[in-house]
Design a protein around this ligand. Structure first.
Ligand code: SF4
Length: 339
């Protein structure tokens, strides 16, 4: 990346950029975006996608240009077509609707969201009351709640704890949305534990590694930054959380932008250090645009703030892998010389 080279010695300049690492694409988003691209190559256009495949305006617009059609509901997809479910996951009723309409489905739900769905099913089967910490109306929460609607109660942050009631306070577990603020979630859990001392915790973290790592990195830079710019869309939960975490860590100011041209020059007044990061659904080309914009205004010195190494990858959705394998097998059979 051009912006990452140190500024050559020159007139003294106290302007600098702290660039968070890791930032941007997580394994679940990478997989979902590649799944749409591969599906378009494999089956041709259109591929219908229920809801934004990931919460990023640029990604959605780019895939639309390639032939994806984004719809709000399965009912909008013509019978017999191919529909892909987004990385945020869907309730079982959505799978049933798709089957009724004879749609071929490709499920791009992130495996880390699927893990939470499975936990919900298991605890519901054991007749627990499940307190799902998450944001009301978020697609992931709707999908997870749909796995066991009779057992799940949504807890939308610490202030919501007072409203929570359960059937049996000796059989209660909490689960969470994958993209929440770690600190705020623990505050909610502490309050829940005060109310329900026998509250059971999930077997492993529900807030995913990518959300956690991006928050750790922005925390590290927050105290040193006069301004933090988070690249991400307003409906991206983990991106919005990064703005909050930056401010909580001591950044004087923090803003969320989809593109560099949304940055307001006025934000730079009196600013020496700008922190830059991006949500898990953001391709790095958008961060490069922001670094370029800053560099043109004297913030050309970029220091990496590295909080973690990430090497996780997920294989493509199984329906797609099956068809890609079948095509590869057919091609290689066709290649065989006649005997
Ligand atoms: S943010 Fe986490 S849960 Fe969501 S798609 Fe990425 S890895 Fe999966």
């Amino acid at each position: 990346m051009g912006g990452m080279t140190a500024t050559p010695a020159g007139p003294s300049n106290d302007k600098r950029v702290l660039l968070a690492a890791p930032r941007g694409y997580c394994a679940g988003v990478d997989r979902a975006v590649i799944a749409v691209e591969k599906a378009l190559e494999q089956y041709g256009s259109p591929i219908y996608v229920r809801h934004e495949i990931v919460h990023n305006k640029y990604v959605v617009q780019t895939l639309e240009r390639k032939g994806a059609i984004f719809v709000d509901e399965t009912a909008e997809v013509p019978e017999g077509s191919i529909v892909m479910f987004s990385a945020h996951g869907v309730a079982p009723t959505v799978h049933a609707e798709a089957a009724e309409r004879k749609l071929a489905t490709i499920d791009a739900t992130c495996p880390l969201v699927t893990k939470v769905h499975k936990e919900a099913v298991r605890f519901a089967n054991e007749d627990y009351d499940i307190l799902l910490i998450g944001h009301e109306g978020h697609e992931e929460v709707i999908g997870t709640s749909g796995e066991a609607p009779e057992h799940i109660t949504l807890v939308d942050g610490p202030d919501d704890v007072a409203n929570v009631t359960v059937r049996d306070d000796s059989k209660v577990v909490w689960l969470s949305q994958t993209t929440l603020s770690v600190d705020e979630t623990m505050e909610t859990v502490d309050k829940l534990k005060e109310k329900f001392p026998q509250l059971v915790s999930p077997p492993s973290d529900d807030i995913c590694y990518a959300t956690q790592n991006r928050q750790i990195a922005v925390k590290q830079m927050g105290a040193d930054a006069d301004l933090v710019i988070v690249v991400g869309s307003k409906n991206s939960s983990n991106s919005v959380r990064l703005v909050e975490v930056a401010l909580g860590a001591g950044a004087r100011d923090a803003h969320l932008v989809d593109f560099a041209d949304e940055i307001d020059e006025a934000w730079l007044e009196g600013v020496s250090t700008v922190g830059v990061t991006s949500g898990a659904s953001v391709p790095d080309v958008l961060v490069e645009g922001v670094l370029e914009w800053l560099s043109q205004r004297g913030y050309a010195d970029v220091e990496l703030v590295k909080a973690a190494e990430e090497s996780i990858t997920f294989s493509l959705p199984k329906e797609l892998r099956r068809d890609l394998r079948a095509e590869a097998a057919a091609l290689s059979a066709g290649d065989r010389p006649a005997t």
